[in-house]
Design a protein around this ligand. Structure first.
Ligand SMILES: [Zn+2]
Length: 201
């Protein structure tokens, strides 16, 4: 009885998705139906930063929220009326937005600059959009150094978010050197043989 009900429900879905022509032309496949059900969505250029990255799941989740602009930073909480303080807890000199917290704040900038040096990249100060463009380009490359860059990016974002939370909730906050070491430790622990050599050079 249950299976019959499901078959009848599927027929309604097929009619709704206009898949009958696919069936009539004997071109039916699960893959094609899945694509029709997904519908048309805008492709984001940074997709592989979150989906093709060997960083830890927690780091990828924070990075994914940053890329979407959905992290609950104080500027957003302030707009929603949840807090009356929108100051960055790391420097207390600016409003805490995603772009400030991760790329403009001196603490975060020092951490990411140290990571760029570790990767033997030219240390460049960029705004949020530019940083996302650079890491998105790296994520499309297959080389070990590009993979490491993407891992380092995600783990740096996560580590900054941890430090920000530690400062707000009274935990132990690291200085920039210890923070950089913690990022390296987390990245190195997830490296394979190819990416590890770029951590040790
Ligand atoms: Zn700051």
């Amino acid at each position: 009885m249950w299976s019959m009900k499901k078959i009848l429900e599927s027929r309604a879905i097929f009619q709704e998705l206009q898949i009958t022509s696919m069936l009539q032309q004997q071109e039916f496949s699960i893959k094609k139906v899945y694509k029709v059900m997904l519908g048309d969505h805008e492709h984001v250029h940074w997709k592989r930063v979150a989906c093709n990255n060997k960083a830890s799941p927690k780091a990828l989740f924070v990075t994914w929220l940053i890329l979407h602009g959905r992290l609950a930073t104080k500027d957003r909480l302030f707009t929603w009326g949840i807090t009356n303080d929108d100051h960055c807890p790391l420097c207390n000199e600016a409003s805490e937005s995603i772009s400030h917290l991760f790329f403009e704040c001196p603490f975060s900038r020092a951490s990411w600059n140290a990571c760029q040096q570790q990767l033997k990249e030219v240390v460049t100060v960029r705004a949020l959009t530019e940083e996302i463009n650079v890491v998105a380009l790296k994520s499309k490359r297959s080389g070990a150094k590009a993979q490491l860059y993407c891992m380092m990016f995600a783990e740096t974002m996560y580590q900054i978010w941890l430090q920000r939370n530690a400062k707000i909730f009274g935990g132990l906050m690291l200085d920039t050197v210890a923070n950089f070491r913690q990022i390296c430790f987390r990245v190195a622990s997830r490296c394979n043989e190819c990416t590890r050599k770029f951590m040790l050079w």
